[in-house]
Design a protein around this ligand. Structure first.
Ligand SMILES: *Cc1c(COP(=O)(O)O)cnc(C)c1O
Length: 366
């Protein structure tokens, strides 16, 4: 029996997170929600020690490594508390008088990560140009000899800038990749830790995925409360306590969807295309729409833009809502507009937004 008798209404979801999810995954969830494959239980109810879930859990870990091409040196952890908890958890586990980290500040999220690390105490800022309109190169980093790690935020979700060229440094990097997670190939040899909340690109809210290189990170602090201990999560394969079962199960579906549809390379091509479609409208608008980011640092995930004045922006946002565009309002601290083009955003949504922007400009000349 078809689950939906008519096509479900789907908005163009440009929200910055939680993200849009593939329709076919949502439909599968709907189908399985009451009775998962005839077992008489929902994934919302099942025990995390049930073999059926344990298999899904392991498969999700394996899929995450496979799709992201993570080398065998990396352990994969599912930890609740989002990327935000990792801002403190990583320093708590790794930093000490011998192991300090330098932070590249490129916007709000790297600033937040740094501030939390400061509470632990063994970190410093290696670069902060305060403009947040471009990503720095290695020559701009003040790397002192006492640094063992370099923390980097690969994509700044609020200011809309992204590293397209990784700094060439001789210490391993710890990267918050929350908002461009699983959206492109990454040079794993440069990283000690790669982490991100799943809700920006690969699942619903509820956990972070943390990839830890066990060769580069081994002397973890074991004097922490248990949930905060990386060594315990590693030893128990992220099943130390009750994990976010439903989040893991849904992330599993999204990862399978990615695999089926061409994996990272296809996702990256689509990210290029979707963001270019919108940047082209901005660049060809004769200044009607403005993006402040240097072209080679522009984010392919979060396209930010402003209009000439706040009244026009309000009108733009209001009319966009009537056309079923969701989430185009910029972050409250920077204002303006933001179109987040995460992995599951259909190309047709990017095209629809481009068309809407062109028509809005025609109907509302300056
Ligand atoms: C959203 C975001 C975070 C915070 O993620 P949570 O999972 O909500 O804690 C951290 N860093 C970046 C780059 C983000 O985009």
């Amino acid at each position: 029996m078809p689950l939906f008798l008519k096509e479900p209404m789907r908005s163009h979801n440009f929200g910055a997170g939680p993200c849009t999810l593939p329709l076919e995954c949502l439909e599968e969830l709907a189908e399985e929600i009451v009775d998962y494959k005839g077992i008489g239980l929902s994934m919302l109810e099942i025990s995390h020690r049930n073999k059926i879930f344990e298999d899904i859990h392991q498969e999700t870990i394996d899929l995450a490594k496979e799709i992201y091409n993570a080398p065998p040196d990396f352990d994969v952890l599912f930890i609740q508390g989002g990327a935000t908890l990792q801002f403190g958890m990583i320093p708590l586990n790794l930093y000490n008088a011998k192991n300090k980290a330098g932070y590249i500040i490129t916007g709000e999220w790297s600033q937040k990560a740094f501030e939390d690390s400061q509470k632990i105490g063994f970190s410093s800022v290696v670069c902060d140009d305060k403009t947040y309109t471009r990503t720095p190169t290695e020559s701009e980093l003040n790397l002192t000899n006492d640094l063992r790690f370099l923390h980097i935020t690969s994509n700044e979700t609020i200011s809309g800038l992204q590293f397209h060229r990784w700094p060439n440094v001789n210490i391993p990097m710890i990267a918050d990749m929350s908002s461009d997670f699983f959206s492109r190939r990454i040079p794993w040899e440069k990283f000690a830790i790669v982490y991100g909340g799943v809700q920006k690109n690969i699942g619903p809210a509820g956990m972070a995925v943390v990839f830890i290189n066990k060769k580069l990170c081994n002397d973890f602090n074991s004097g922490l409360p248990n949930y905060l201990r990386f060594d315990l999560h590693i030893k128990s394969n992220s099943l130390y306590n009750t994990p976010p079962v439903f989040t893991i199960y849904t992330t599993n579906k999204v990862l399978k969807w990615m695999k089926k549809n061409g994996g990272l390379d296809a996702i990256q091509q689509q990210a290029d295309l979707k963001s270019k479609t919108i940047y082209d409208v901005i660049d060809q608008s004769n200044g009607y729409y403005k993006n402040p980011i240097e072209k080679n640092s522009r984010s392919q995930m979060n396209v930010i833009f402003t209009l000439n004045n706040s009244q026009l922006e309000e009108k733009f946002l209001k009319e966009s809502t009537l056309q079923h565009f969701v989430g185009l309002k910029g972050h409250r601290i920077v204002g303006g507009c933001r179109a987040s083009c995460y992995n599951a955003l259909p190309i047709s949504s990017a095209n629809a937004l481009a068309q809407f922007m062109i028509e809005f400009q025609q109907k509302n000349p300056l």
